[in-house]
Write a protein that binds this ligand. Structure first.
Ligand code: GAR
Length: 220
């Protein structure tokens, strides 16, 4: 990878599998200057028909499809991902509704460089089997009165990496999994994910500065 200038935006890849409303929140945040230290340079989808791909195309962001089910095995899948990341000089991976598993080996190659948004207050309703609507079904079944969203670093433990940001959302008596999902997205995920991406981008920029012995002024 070529050496980055200290002030060049951090190159972000957003990994998606479905509707891409979190991707949209990142795109909007970039437009509005909330995400400014990092720039979305690639959208990688694990599914050919993810609507997130349309959102990326509409915004002129390069896309690549690496479909798990079209790959011979997990190794081939992740080699496809590695090739795309290298081709675009990616420095930070943002999982935004990415529903494929990444192996421990892959995750170890990106320490503090992969973040994920999860639709609950970790450590509740997280880990293996908890994704998408299932998370909200579990929260309603348990009868909790407050849920929320978490953005965290990704490590070898599913949903087990260091927490970056969290925000709570109240559950109402008549909530359904679908209505709760909408509320958690609106009130928490779409706000947290761009802020966390900015925060980690600043961390990456600072690491670049240390390696070149340069001070970074970020304007705040
Ligand atoms: C979001 O609610 C996200 O938190 C969740 O999937 C949804 C994707 O929506 N992710 C997980 O459950 C990961 N464990 P989107 O495609 O509209 O952003």
């Amino acid at each position: 990878m070529k050496r980055k200038k200290v002030t060049e935006p951090v190159r972000i890849a957003v990994f998606v599998s479905g509707g891409g409303t979190n991707l949209q929140a990142l795109i909007d945040a970039q437009r509005d200057g909330i995400l400014r230290t990092g720039k979305i340079e690639l959208v990688l989808s694990s599914s050919r028909d993810a609507y997130a791909l349309t959102r990326a195309n509409d915004n002129g962001i390069p896309t690549v499809i690496v479909a798990r089910k079209e790959c011979a095995d997990q190794g081939a899948f992740e080699d496809g991902i590695r090739a795309a990341l290298a081709a675009h000089n990616i420095e930070l991976i943002v999982l935004a509704g990415f529903m494929s598993i990444l192996s421990e080996d892959f995750v170890r190659e990106w320490p503090r460089r992969i973040i994920n948004v999860h639709p609950s207050l970790i450590p509740s309703f997280c880990g293996k089997g908890f994704y998408g609507l299932r998370v909200h079904e579990a929260a309603l079944a348990k009868g909790v009165k407050v849920t929320g969203a978490t953005v965290h670093f990704v490590n070898e433990i599913p949903d087990g990496g260091e927490i970056i940001l969290q925000k709570s959302v109240a559950i109402h008596k008549n909530d359904t999994p679908e209505s709760l999902q909408q509320q958690v997205m609106r009130q928490a995920e779409w706000l947290l994910l761009p802020r966390a991406a900015e925060q980690v981008s600043l961390e990456i920029l600072s690491a670049r500065a240390v390696s070149t012995n340069t001070t970074v002024f970020n304007g705040t």
